[in-house]
Design a protein around this ligand. Structure first.
Ligand code: FAD
Length: 390
């Protein structure tokens, strides 16, 4: 293989490039990234960076002095892929012909209809988004966060710590209910309420109000919540529109086999944009978590370099963490596979507990809230004995 083009110069792209070099690839390596920034870490954008506790230099993903011997094409987007000719067309009207292509274009924040062009309305996915939002988070301002997923809940917690008057609107029963299940998510709801976040549950935002600048949000029942700043945290969409017509199979992301290989030889996909086949769940699943990108980069590199003959390790259950206030939430597995959940250590009210989700007798997921050590033991257990979908 003489040339590998990695499209997407963030976590998954950088780690795959690093793994390619680590696995002995010595040919030309080109990294194409739409953002102008060198690869940076996103998790702190809703936490320490937004709080002002760390600066931009602390976000760097590259090691000091790290030399990948790569060509960096930053500030340029890939606009099309000719998968058969393995040619990537770029937004500056140039193109790159490669023997191997790594698709690592991640995801973009979903927006709310009618929110474009209204000042004071933010999403949070990039460093530029975080810079813009940070400028608006002055103490005493009224912030409405729409959506109680990870990003929404983390921004609400951070803003509350910064002294803003925070309201979190969630369509489900509690923040994070979609991943943790309603009973455990209730503990997260209590945490937010106790620390001063106003939760509006089971509510839909139908409209953002204001002329030129946002002044509030309207709910389906007609309630108007006044706001100086609004953050829309309603999920992310995989960045795959540039691949339409390429011949790659697209669903919720680029559909891949267990090793990140696509239906086109010499093209792999990894990270938030990729939906790998997971035999333990019997389908394609997109993992939108940091550790997923990290674990799969080496596998994708091996798939590319071996021409698809490398045997991937068995899929590990998805793991994520989230920091909200002074609480570390860690989760592994799939709550949806469970028919029961029990608290095995600590108590919900104290916000320090470990809960095990079971299907019959079999653990299928574990939640740790400020229980890092015990959780780590359970995580090892679940990773070495992956669960089959029932
Ligand atoms: P991304 O990081 O999205 O990178 C994709 C890159 O590709 C981007 O730079 C994009 O500009 C570029 N790109 C897109 N389209 C093109 C194109 N056509 N051409 C060229 N380049 C393109 N995970 C956790 O597990 N725990 C957390 O606490 C956590 N916190 C998070 C907080 C925030 C605010 C965010 C946004 C994410 C968080 N995550 C967290 C998720 C984690 O950061 C992602 O899973 C990870 O960034 C995925 O990496 P990626 O490289 O696949 O995608």
């Amino acid at each position: 293989m003489n040339t590998v083009c990695v499209v997407g110069a963030s976590l998954a792209g950088l780690l795959t490039a690093r793994a390619l070099r680590g696995q002995g690839y010595t040919g030309r390596l080109v990294l194409v990234g739409e953002e102008r920034h060198r690869p940076y870490d996103r998790p702190p954008l809703s936490k320490d960076f937004l709080r002002g506790a760390i600066g931009e230099a602390d976000l760097a993903l590259e090691g000091e002095g790290e030399e990948l011997d790569a060509e960096w094409r930053l500030g340029v987007a890939a606009t099309a892929l000719d998968a058969v000719a393995r040619r990537v067309t770029l937004s500056d009207a140039t193109s790159i012909r490669a023997d191997g292509i790594v698709i690592a274009t991640g995801a973009s924040a979903r927006t709310l209809r009618g929110s474009r062009g209204l000042a004071g309305v933010h999403t949070l996915r990039t460093l530029d988004d975080a810079r813009a939002l940070r400028r608006e988070l002055g103490s005493g301002r009224r912030l409405v966060v729409i959506g109680g997923g990870f990003i929404g809940a983390e921004v609400a917690a951070t803003a509350c710590e910064l002294g803003l008057d925070v309201t979190l609107v969630e369509s489900g029963p509690a923040p994070l209910a979609g991943v943790l299940g309603a009973p455990m998510a209730e503990a997260i709801a209590t945490l937010h309420e106790r620390r001063g976040v106003r939760l509006v549950r089971g509510a839909y935002v139908t409209e953002l109000t204001g002329a030129g600048r946002v002044d509030g949000v309207r709910l389906a029942d007609g309630t108007h919540l006044p706001a100086d700043v609004v953050v829309v945290g309603i999920g992310a969409i995989p960045n795959t529109s540039w691949l339409e017509g390429s011949g790659l199979e697209l669903g919720d992301g680029v559909l891949c086999d267990e090793g990140g290989g696509t239906r086109v030889p010499g093209v792999v996909a990894v990270g938030d944009c990729a939906a790998w086949f997971d035999p333990t769940q019997g389908g394609h699943h997109r993992i939108e978590h940091w550790t997923g990108a990290r674990q799969r980069a080496a596998v994708a590199a091996a798939t590319l370099l071996s021409g698809g003959t490398a045997r991937p390790e068995p899929a590990r259950p998805a793991y994520f963490w989230s920091d909200q206030f002074d609480i570390k939430i860690q989760f592994i597995g799939h709550a949806g596979h469970a028919d029961s959940v029990t608290v095995e250590e600590g108590d919900l009210a104290g916000h320090s507990f470990l809960a095990v989700y079971r299907q019959g007798e079999r653990p299928v997921a574990v939640l740790g809230v400020n229980q890092v050590r015990l959780f780590t033991r359970w995580r090892r257990h679940l990773e070495t004995a992956p669960v089959q979908a029932g």
